[in-house]
Design a protein around this ligand. Structure first.
Ligand SMILES: [Fe+2]
Length: 385
């Protein structure tokens, strides 16, 4: 165990079906009077934004809505949205959506509070004071962004994903409402659920793991293994499964905001920077292969993950359990109709070397239980292709 660790429980998390449409009491405690909504076109079209807007308007003024957030948000998008919010005097942000709108709002908070260029605040703990308050209402389960200190935002000019890390980036309030994920398309429910699983697995085996993040990670792993299939295929009809996935996603978010992620995310960041592969799908494809690579460094921990994932452990060796875990994760992806090969996700074979180099430079690798060279990463990419 670690001699020293720091564990933060940053956002106030509230769960209730329908809470996003009835949150006046909670909103009134945050101090803002001019709310600005950040979302994407798909969520806007679903009608959910109008209902949340109505709920906000019951307590404070809604001064604007920015709905042009693309699937992988970028510095340019954040700066454009922040300029709009600033022009209307916004003093509280309400982000409604998946990871991209939530991370966009996090970037906007920096600009609205500190001014200047977003890029000046890239990195770890650059921010020194609280930011314009933010409410996060996830519509996927998920990135966990509603519960993390991170924002990942693409640099438009050189295709890299920049990361911003600070406790001040965590939203003041995270509203988990399964009515907000009722219209989520099956392929997105599946891909984002695999992202949550990856956060929990990577946090559990991270070199930064500690008992408190471990508990949240194992709990999230068990919930994803029990509920992702139902949440994907029964979607709108199964509020319990969607609720469980929302909670699992936030738990995994709190786990990895403390213990960080590893090689799966390094590979997914590189892939998502160059090809339009959904972040959760990229993680889903790499996760089994990274487990095979990492297992010799943490056999005990991976077999414990196997138990949480429902693998039969009775009288079996750790290696057998880990083998079954890899098969069970692959089967979960297949059951959720996700492609399991990189070639089927639109990544050409001749890009693998470049992706290995790029992933080798990703900060997530620092926390991977086994040091990985660019050559190792290329091996994982080839196995996944
Ligand atoms: Fe992720």
């Amino acid at each position: 165990m670690q001699d020293f660790f720091e564990f933060r429980l940053t956002p106030r998390v509230m769960y209730k079906s329908g809470l996003a449409f009835d949150m006046s009491a909670e909103l009134a405690t945050l101090g803002g009077t001019k709310a600005f909504i950040v979302t994407d076109a798909g969520v806007l079209k679903s009608g959910l934004v109008d209902r949340v807007r109505e709920a906000i308007s019951a307590v404070i003024e809604v001064v604007g809505v920015y709905s042009d957030v693309p699937p992988n948000s970028s510095v340019r998008v954040v700066e454009a949205a922040a300029a709009e919010a600033k022009a209307v005097g916004a003093d509280i942000l309400v982000a409604i959506g998946g990871g991209s709108p939530l991370d966009t709002a996090k970037g906007m908070r920096i600009i609205l509070t500190e001014g200047g260029n977003l890029l000046d605040y890239e990195g770890v703990n650059v921010l020194e004071r609280p930011l314009v308050p933010m409410v996060a209402i996830p519509t996927t389960a998920g990135t966990g962004s509603e519960a993390t200190n991170f924002a990942v935002i693409k640099d438009d000019d050189n295709h890299v994903k920049l990361s911003f890390t600070s406790p001040y980036l965590a939203p003041e309030l995270a509203i988990l409402d399964p009515q907000m994920t009722a219209t989520l398309p099956a392929h997105l429910a599946a891909a984002t659920g695999m992202d949550a699983l990856t956060h929990a697995v990577e946090a559990y085996v991270s070199v930064e793991h500690e008992p408190m993040s471990d508990a949240l990670a194992l709990g999230a792993i068990e919930m994803v293994s029990n509920y992702l299939r139902e949440a994907t295929h029964q979607g709108g009809d199964n509020e319990n499964a969607r609720g469980q996935m929302l909670i699992a996603s936030a738990m995994a978010g709190i786990a990895f905001t403390n213990a960080y992620v590893g090689a799966v995310h390094a590979l997914a960041h590189a892939t998502g920077g160059h090809f339009p592969v959904h972040h959760g799908l990229a993680n889903s494809i790499f996760l089994p292969h990274v487990i095979v690579f990492n297992a010799p460094a943490e056999p005990e921990r991976y077999s414990r993950i196997g138990r949480a994932f429902g693998v039969n452990t009775g009288g079996r060796s750790r290696e057998e359990v880990i083998g079954d875990l890899v098969a069970a994760i692959t089967q979960l992806a297949l059951d959720c109709d996700l492609p399991i090969r990189l070639r089927d996700a639109g990544v050409p074979e001749d890009a693998l070397e470049m992706l290995a180099e790029q992933a080798f430079g990703d900060g997530a690798l620092y926390h991977n239980p086994l040091p990985a060279t660019a050559e190792d990463l290329l091996g994982i990419l080839r196995a996944a292709w």
